[in-house]
Design a protein around this ligand. Structure first.
Ligand code: ADP
Ligand code: MG
Length: 452
């Protein structure tokens, strides 16, 4: 048995002992680097999985290896550079596929000064009747910032392309007019900026930093509800920019008049330019979006499966993409295109649960199970590395799925301050944009949360 065969056989057995999600997360991109005098060196994709394998799975791996080859005495794990790994001739192993995919997505780095993610462009934004107006207005603004519609206020439900569209404007302006200063901020980040400025008595510096921006994009302004100081600061920032004919773009999950606890003068600013909504995509557009996403991933599903996805996931483009990612992850794992029957079964949890209900307990339970931890380990204040990250992910999910407040989240996790919760949510939120792997991983957790 060659070392490759030995490892494949080991993985094939381990696969039955761990959940598919854990397998995909920890074992998928591993392979044997060397085998000498009973010593095995296994390559793993990152430090996090190294620790995980050493602490959690080593026993099972070692036992299985020895059953297959009694001469094995020791196993060690090491993180190897992806580039080195790509030179390996075994191109068609699922491991190499994974590494390439990681490399490909690693190129999407968020720009430090603009906060824009280059992944969001007009090129890969599919237009249909449901988003036509918002798209046309955005495109016009990208070509002529500050002079057509000011401000632009885009609203629509979750996962329907607001962030994508707003960032596409920013990216387009940066491309066409690199001298222009573009800045994208989430409302939460804007809020924490205001809070910090007040605390550190640097409000003037904060104002100056926003004053000479040419295109300011503020995402999800519904989160400003009830935050008076932040609203006041935004009002002044807006006025300053507006007077200088600088472009301002807002998004929200609802129209300005439906945002609760919003100062009247700010509401009237939001309504003072162009308001465009994004509604739900029709069937044809959903198919077109899927095709575009498949092309991005160099992964093409059978027509029948596309139709199945497009007809069953109607309300949320992010979910449509999540389903595609799920099938893609499966493909990378087994290196075989799913059949329609497999696709149905893989997506059962996403598709066959119209009455999704989820609560705090369910989220903690699922995250704990996903990472093979006890619920109390996740909730306690321990700083152990293998717990810290799952805990941050649990906090992030509480925030995203239940809109739990930061003080509530902090309180639940070892009685921490709300800033710990904000930090965790921001950190994971940012990493998701940079790492397709983490994005997939969290989608897998989400899927489980909604599946039972
Ligand atoms: P929102 O901000 O409205 O919650 P996002 O902009 O984050 O939604 O979109 C969710 C996902 O769906 C993103 O990955 C985005 O690229 C994708 N998406 C949304 N609308 C489109 C579209 N019209 N064409 C292509 N992809 C889209
Ligand atoms: Mg968004």
């Amino acid at each position: 048995m060659t070392k490759e065969e030995l490892w494949q056989a080991t993985l094939a057995r381990i696969q039955f002992q761990v959940s598919p999600a854990n397998f995909a997360t920890w074992l998928q991109n591993t392979y044997i680097l060397s085998k000498k005098d009973g010593q095995l060196l296994v390559s793993v994709p990152n430090n996090f999985s190294k620790e995980w394998l050493e602490n959690k799975y080593n026993k099972a791996i070692f036992k299985t290896l020895r059953e297959l080859d009694p001469e094995i005495r020791q196993v060690a794990y090491t993180v190897e550079k992806i580039l080195a790994k790509q030179k390996e001739p075994e191109k068609n192993s699922s491991g190499a596929c994974g590494a390439e995919a990681q490399l490909e997505f690693a190129e999407f780095k968020i720009n430090k000064s603009t906060n824009l993610n280059p992944r969001y462009a007009f090129d890969n934004f599919i237009v249909g009747p449901f988003n036509e107006l918002a798209h046309a207005a955005s495109l016009a603004i990208a070509k002529n910032p500050g002079s057509v519609y000011n401000p632009l206020f885009v609203y629509g439900g979750v996962g329907l392309g607001k962030t994508h569209l707003l960032q596409a404007v920013g990216n387009e302006v940066t491309k066409e007019a690199p001298e222009k200063k573009v800045r994208y901020v989430s409302s939460e980040r804007f809020t924490s900026g205001v809070v910090a400025a007040i605390r550190n008595r640097t409000v003037d510096a904060f104002r100056v930093a926003y004053r000479d921006i040419d295109v300011l994009i503020i995402d999800d302004v519904q989160f400003l509800a009830g935050k008076d100081k932040t609203q006041e600061e935004l009002f002044h920032t807006f006025n300053t920019l507006y007077e200088r004919s600088k472009q301002v773009i807002f998004s929200s999950d609802r129209p300005p008049k439906s945002i609760p606890a919003l100062e009247e003068r700010l509401r009237s600013r939001f309504e003072g330019g162009m308001i465009a909504d994004i509604s739900m995509p029709d069937y044809e557009t959903r198919v077109a979006i899927l095709k575009a996403k498949m092309q991005e991933r160099s992964f093409v599903l059978e027509e029948q499966i596309c139709e199945y996805l497009a007809s069953h996931i109607q309300r949320n483009i992010r979910e449509l993409e999540g389903a595609l990612n799920r099938l893609h992850a499966h493909f990378r794992l087994v290196n075989k295109m799913p059949s329609i029957a497999e696709a149905r079964s893989l997506l059962k949890s996403v598709i066959q649960s119209p009455n999704k209900s989820v609560n705090y307990k369910k989220i903690i339970e699922t995250v704990a199970e996903f990472y093979d931890l006890k619920e109390r380990e996740i909730l306690a204040a321990s700083r152990k590395k293998e717990v810290v990250r799952p805990r941050q992910i649990a906090m992030y999910l509480l925030r995203e799925e239940l809109k739990s407040s930061f003080p509530f989240i902090g309180e639940r996790f070892g009685g921490k301050d709300h800033t710990t919760a904000i930090y965790a949510c921001e950190k994971i939120g940012k990493e998701i944009q940079e790492s397709e792997a983490l994005f997939d991983e969290i989608n897998l957790i989400r899927q489980r949360i909604y599946s039972a």
